[in-house]
Write a protein of this length. Structure first.
Length: 171
């Protein structure tokens, strides 16, 4: 057993972030399944990759908590939304969700600095950078969808192109 290096407050907050990352993975998985059923195979592939990426983020947090003498907890999750109005609505929700995750990461950084937990603050910088990339990616996708408008041909090409678009994280 490792010597406890995390305060109970930081450990709890990091475990809350574990839950947010796990819920994000499930949320994107539900979007991917919906897109696949609706015939958007490229978008589905992209969202499946994005779901996997969020799970990696969760694992990274769990391992950090454990390495610092805490206990990374595997959360119980609520059923995510499984039906969506359209592709635009899906990516508007992705963007909104990424903004929420960014806010929570920033709150964690503030908490780590207030507690003078510089190891956690340094660890969280990876997430700060990652969230900049996640927001940029979601904004970029929304911009493309705005350009496409109601053009079915454009949506077909967008779907095809998204199949090969890398998610923001390069592991």
């Amino acid at each position: 057993m490792l010597l406890k290096e995390l305060s109970p407050k930081i450990e709890s907050a990091l475990n809350n972030q574990v839950e947010m990352e796990a819920a994000s993975s499930q949320y994107y998985l539900a979007m991917a399944s919906w897109a696949e059923v609706e015939g958007y195979n490229g978008i589905a592939q992209f969202l499946y990759r994005h779901s996997d990426e969020e799970r990696v983020h969760m694992l990274k947090l769990i391992k950090f908590i454990n390495e610092r003498g805490g206990h990374g907890l595997v959360p119980a999750l609520k059923q995510p939304t499984v039906k969506f109005k359209n592709i635009n609505a899906v990516f508007e929700q992705v963007f909104s969700h990424e903004l929420l995750v960014s806010k929570e990461i920033n709150n964690l950084v503030d908490m780590a600095l207030a507690e003078k937990d510089y190891a956690t603050q340094t660890f969280l910088q990876w997430y700060v950078t990652e969230q900049i990339e996640e927001e940029r990616m979601a904004r970029h996708i929304l911009d493309k969808l705005k350009l496409i408008g109601e053009d079915k041909g454009g949506l077909y090409i967008f779907d095809r192109d998204l199949a090969t678009l890398n998610t923001a994280d390069q592991h």
